[in-house]
Design a protein around this ligand. Sequence first.
Ligand code: ATP
Length: 304
Amino acid sequence: MSGNGNGNAINEVSVDCPAKTNLTLHVGAPRSEWGGRHELDTIYCAVGVYDTVTASRKKPGAGFSLNLDGAYLGDLASSGSDMRRNHAVLALFAMAEASSHEPDVALNIEKRIPVGAGMAGGSADAAATILALNTLWNLDWPIERLQQVAATLGADMPFCLTGGYARGTGFGEQIEQLSKHSNDVRELTKQGFAGRLLVGAYQAELRTPEVYAMFDQIGAGAGDNNHLQQAAISLHPRSGQAIDEALLAGAKQAFISGSGPSVIAFVPTDDAARAVQSAWQQSRCVDRIIASKAPAHPIVHIIA
Ligand code: ATP
């Protein structure tokens, strides 16, 4: 029987899980032994735009259910019948198998992270589910064990479990947590890659494999910290316009998040934030603006 340490069963847990971006993303050669995935060297940073996943215990034998909430569900809104492919549901099944539990759980996802946007929204939901079940089922597994389950689901999921900063190698799944005092993070912070930021988000989604295919054709732009930036911009030119406008308006750094199309603009002051926001609003080069900050971490709440 699960418990909360006081002998009472836990019936409902909710987890706020942040989005991610990549402060650097260096893409190497595709590796046949990884199914054609590219070798990566990246510095992940969690961004304080949170999806909330709530996991509630159901009666034994009742099976799982999934409910999606939020104004920006992207292509998820139409895939209700396809809920078994939702990353949160895949995570529920992976955890059920790893811990020999029945997946008798109701999942509710309040989505705020843009979908198909290079911000790992799906991975954040899977990570949130894993963290919620770790508490709901009273497993109390250490993060390393949870990361092993997460790694079976996707490259950026192990990072989403911890948030903060991490270096990712392999195809992004090998994580070394970085403190803000590490040399890499200090250097990036000095360059303005920390603190307050604006996300320029889009209705349109970019499929990660298409962005890599474009990268294979055109390569990285000179001097780009994110090697996928030119590929994403060539598939979604408004993102390039948003980067240019943000930098002109006073952003310290502006770049494509992961495989895009979202744009992150770090803004050092209130004035810079206002200037970037009004430039983006006037030119309509982004569809939605989300104010946030980085780094961020997942937060687990026991509800009942
Ligand atoms: P990647 O992690 O491949 O870089 P991304 O961060 O660009 O992806 P996501 O928001 O994770 O984008 O969505 C990628 C696709 O995953 C979506 O188009 C959607 O169909 C699918 N997906 C499945 N479950 C989820 C979920 N819970 N949230 C968002 N997308 C999901």
